[in-house]
Design a protein around this ligand. Structure first.
Ligand code: AMP
Length: 138
């Protein structure tokens, strides 16, 4: 399957649709997941057109992982979770639904239930204060 330049994350990267931004540099963007599984669920995408991790260049991978660590550290500092999951789904059979490679940074608290994957939409106004808290810890 060729890379679809109109996938939702490509459109966010082009500024065609909004996101609640957490961090951006020349090669990556991090923003709040609009259907978060836990409070503070952030997505990290490279700016390179790659549908999954198998297609990404070594340089894009390195930039993405550096941002994943930076954001995970900020999430840890800002929200003090008991643990953090770093998830990446490759292809639909593995649960991928948006075909621009991304990592989920998912803070977890002992005993707390996760919302289902990509199902319950939260409005931007509710995500913005959480993003501001994470940004201030970057
Ligand atoms: P995946 O199944 O790994 O491809 O996950 C895609 C993720 O993108 C899901 O967790 C969705 O909630 C999230 N998502 C979909 N559309 C948007 C959007 N417009 N802004 C932020 N997150 C999104």
């Amino acid at each position: 399957m060729p890379y679809d330049p109109n996938n939702i994350f490509a459109r966010i990267l082009r500024g065609e649709i909004p996101c609640v931004k957490v961090y951006e540099d020349a090669k990556t963007l991090a923003f709040m997941d609009v259907m978060p599984e836990s409070e503070g669920h952030v997505l990290v995408v490279p700016k390179e057109d790659a549908q999954d991790i198998l297609d990404l260049s070594a340089d894009g991978l390195s930039a993405m992982m550096a941002t994943v660590q930076k954001v995970a550290r900020a999430v840890d500092k800002a929200l003090a979770p008991d643990g953090i999951q770093l998830r990446q789904y490759t292809r639909a059979a593995a649960g991928q639904t948006v075909f621009h490679v991304h990592f989920h940074v998912l803070p977890l608290w002992e005993g707390a239930h996760l919302a289902p994957h990509g199902k319950v939409m939260v409005e931007a106004a509710k995500l913005e204060p959480i993003a501001a808290n994470i940004r201030s810890a970057l």
